[in-house]
Structure formats: structure tokens, C-alpha cells
Write a protein of this length. Structure first.
Length: 374
């Protein structure tokens, strides 16, 4: 059992993610009876003083049925956008109606990747979430698929839920899924697969267990996206649990049985560093030598002398990834120079920078106060 380590009732602020396969039936209609059970769970939590935000999938699946679009509305980006715009109304109406029957107020928040990747917009979203939750409102959140493009989007609501949890200052995130946890192998293909109840650290062994597919074929995420979400939550100091949603009262069942996989939170980083670690995009890449990689691992800043190459177009203050000699990104931070200046000083000692730049150089390419290890 993992409920003793992470009880939903003991978490002051909780984010719940619900996948399309749970909320929408094969015919493309809302599973109202099941959704009513979730709402009953939420009402019980609210009655106990817990603040709840919901990341709800389902708009594309609902809209595709109404528009009679092929492949569940995912045949093309244009179909997905049209389906999302149509289905979001039905999705929001269902949530508002059922929550209203329990005396709860719903709010709708639609976000894009850029809303949470841009620091100022992220802080605005965080402030809105905090105010709604403080007022006792239940925010219903989804990616704004009607305007998102293939290149600039979360792509799945698992990672969105983790980022919303971070923005909301939640101590826990629950991913309700059509699978009841992380297994050593795909249980649909390997009958000897065993579920892992608790994960302290996501390493190569854990990542090797992931399967990118969605069991229902209706959603966009699989275990790979859930592990990515878990990593974001852990770095932000929040527990994340993968729990089956294929029961009538899944939150109640989880609290009673503790059945699922818990990813244990790390000691919380600063708000800025947690935001940096949770980002899904960057503006460029700085390659560094082995000495610089070791220094960063020891909590030092990145100096120009340790850099070996610059990639991308970025301005001072943009987020860049930092890769070691093997090409793997292991850190991320806010760059102190634009791309053109950074390229000019790569590999140069600090005492040579003023002559190259024509002004007194800054302390580092990426200062340790604005840098996080991945």
C-alpha cells in the first residue's frame, strides 16, 4: 500500500488528471455516471477542506463525434483543432453541471505550452490558479488544442498536469489512467510483468520500463509521458501517483487501497529552478567539456572557458540546455549573453573576454543561481 506515504486526504492542494479513455466512451459521448462518481469524490475532498484542480482531457474525442470526423478527430491538425473547439463546450458543460449539483463552482482554464514556458505568463497562470483555489472553485484545465500547433504543444495532459501542479503549488498530482501503475514490462504483452508500487528516483532502469503507446488508442500519452510528468512533479517537490480510473470512485478507491505507483517528491527546489527543470522547450544548446560538466555537477557556474560550442538563436535571459561531451543535455539555465556574443567567447578565459566583447564581461555564461541539473 502507498496511501500512508501519500494520502489524497492529507494533501492540502491536489491536481487530478483524467484521460480521454476514462471520460469518453467508444461512441464519443461523456460517461456521465462515471464522471458523477469523480465529482462525488471531489465534493468529499472539498468538504474536508482540500483544494482540487482538474486537468481534463476529452475535448477532441467529444468534438470528433459531433463533427463526424475520422480517426477520432486526429486525422490532421486541422481536424484536431476543430474537434477541440467543438468538444470543449460539451466537456465544460458536463463538468459545470455535475459540480453544480454538488454545490461547487467550476472554472475553465485553457492553456498553451507557451503560457507555462514563458516566465511572466507562467506567473500569471499561477496567480489565477491560486486565487480560484483559495475561493473554493474547482478549475477545469485543458490544453487549448484549438490553437496549439504540432510543434508548440504539450501533446499530452500528463505533463500538463504536472506543470499545473507546479504552478498551483500542489503537493500531489494523481494521474487517473486506463492502467493502474508502472509495470516492469507492458502487462498486455508480458503476463509476468509486475507493478512497481513506489519509485524514489527515475533512472535508466525505470525509463526502460516505459511504453509510449496508449492502451485505448483514444489518448495521446502512454507510460513515457507519465514518467516525464512524474519527473516534473518530483523536481517541483510534489508526489505523483499513477492510479487506475477504471472503477466507479477512483479517488476513494485509491485512498482506501493505496493501489497504484507513487513517485516520491524530491526536496523542493526554488520556485525559479523548479520552473526551469519543468520546462519542455529551450532556445539553444551550450556544449561543454568534461571539466565544466564536473564543475556544474558540484554547483558551480558555467564559465566561457568550459564551453566548446553554441547552437541555436537566443537572447540574453533565454533558457538554454547544457550538454556534456556525449551530447546529452544534463543541465538547463538562463543564458547571460545572446547567441552572437556567446559564440565569440566560447572557450576563452575570463581575463580575455573584455577585449573580445568591448565591455566588462558578466560573471558567467550561465550563473549557478539560474541553473538547474536535469
Amino acid at each position: 500500500m502507498i496511501s500512508e506515504a501519500f494520502s489524497p486526504a492529507a494533501c492540502p492542494r491536489l491536481v487530478i488528471k483524467i484521460g480521454s479513455a476514462l471520460l469518453v466512451d467508444a461512441a464519443g459521448a461523456v460517461r456521465r455516471e462515471w464522471l458523477a462518481g469523480i465529482v462525488a469524490d471531489i465534493a468529499a475532498r472539498r468538504g474536508a477542506g482540500q483544494q482540487i484542480a482538474v486537468v481534463s482531457s476529452g475535448a477532441i474525442a467529444l468534438g470528433a463525434r459531433r463533427l463526424k470526423l475520422p480517426k477520432g478527430g486526429r486525422a490532421s491538425l486541422e481536424d484536431a483543432q476543430a474537434a477541440a473547439a467543438t468538444g470543449q463546450i460539451a466537456l465544460s458543460h458536463s463538468w459545470a453541471e455535475l459540480l453544480g449539483e454538488k454545490g461547487l463552482t467550476a472554472a475553465q482554464i485553457l492553456v498553451t505550452l507557451d503560457d507555462l514556458e514563458d516566465r511572466r505568463r507562467y506567473l500569471n497562470a499561477a496567480a489565477t490558479l491560486d486565487r480560484l483555489l483559495t475561493l473554493g472553485v474547482v478549475p477545469i484545465i485543458n490544453e487549448n488544442d484549438s490553437v496549439a500547433t504540432a510543434e508548440i504543444r504539450f501533446g499530452d495532459n500528463d505533463r500538463l498536469a504536472a506543470r499545473i501542479g507546479q504552478a498551483a503549488g500542489a503537493r500531489g498530482v494523481i494521474l487517473l489512467s486506463d492502467i493502474d501503475g508502472l509495470y516492469t514490462a507492458n502487462p498486455g504483452r508480458d503476463p509476468s510483468a509486475k507493478m512497481i508500487p513506489r519509485v524514489e528516483r527515475i533512472d535508466a532502469r525505470i525509463l526502460a520500463m516505459a511504453d509510449g503507446g496508449s492502451a485505448s488508442g483514444m489518448g495521446s500519452g502512454g507510460m513515457t509521458s507519465k514518467l516525464s510528468a512524474a519527473r516534473i512533479a518530483q523536481r517541483a517537490g510534489a508526489h505523483l501517483a499513477i492510479v487506475t480510473g477504471k472503477v466507479d470512485r477512483p479517488l476513494q478507491a485509491f485512498e482506501e487501497t493505496g493501489h497504484g505507483t507513487l513517485f516520491v517528491a524530491e526536496k523542493g527546489a526554488s520556485a525559479r529552478k523548479a520552473w526551469l527543470a519543468g520546462r519542455l522547450t529551450s532556445r539553444g544548446l551550450i556544449r561543454v567539456d568534461e571539466g565544466a560538466a564536473r564543475a556544474l555537477g558540484q554547483g558551480r557556474s558555467l564559465l566561457a572557458a568550459g564551453a566548446t560550442g553554441i547552437e541555436g538563436r537566443f537572447a540574453r535571459g533565454d533558457v538554454v540546455d547544457i550538454a556534456g561531451p556525449d551530447g546529452t543535455a544534463f543541465a538547463r539555465g538562463l543564458i547571460e549573453y545572446d547567441a552572437e556574443e556567446a559564440t565569440r567567447i566560447v572557450g576563452r578565459r575570463s581575463d580575455a573576454l573584455e577585449a573580445i566583447l568591448g565591455y566588462a564581461p558578466r560573471a558567467a555564461l550561465v550563473h549557478r543561481d539560474h541553473l538547474v541539473l536535469l
